[in-house]
Design a protein around this ligand. Structure first.
Ligand SMILES: [Cu+2]
Length: 127
């Protein structure tokens, strides 16, 4: 929880519907938290860079499902799942909960954006 807060504070670049948007440096540890009924934060990753993705649940069982990529994990509270990932396909991915977790389960949709390699260089240029 503390690491998560520090992670968000260090690399936050914006906010979307009250959820922080975080762009961590390539090679770093990246954190994604599931709670009823949201995924925090929105992650911006770079194509070809390797990250260690930590997925945790703060309350009950959730399912981590990445769409349209075919990745599924059961997320049990109290465990820290560390996945080594290297995104190789730029685009916008949805994080969907595939474990029924209550009334707003179907609203539990997060987001991971993969930017094409090298695009962070141009980020200073505006839009
Ligand atoms: Cu759910």
């Amino acid at each position: 929880m503390e690491r998560f807060d520090r992670f968000v504070a260090d690399y936050q670049v914006g906010e979307e519907s009250g959820i922080p948007v975080v762009k961590p440096p390539p090679g770093s540890h990246v954190y994604l938290q599931g709670t009823m009924w949201q995924w925090r934060p929105v992650l911006i990753l770079e194509e070809g860079a390797t990250y260690t993705l930590h997925i945790t649940s703060l309350d009950i069982n959730h399912g981590f499902s990445l769409y349209p990529a075919n990745v599924n994990f059961q997320i049990v509270p109290g465990y820290d799942y560390g996945l080594r990932i290297t995104p190789n396909n730029p685009g916008e991915y949805k994080v969907i909960c595939n474990e029924f977790c209550g009334i707003q389960h179907h609203m539990m949709i997060g987001k991971i954006v993969v930017e094409p390699a090298g695009s962070s260089m141009a980020a200073g240029g505006g839009v």
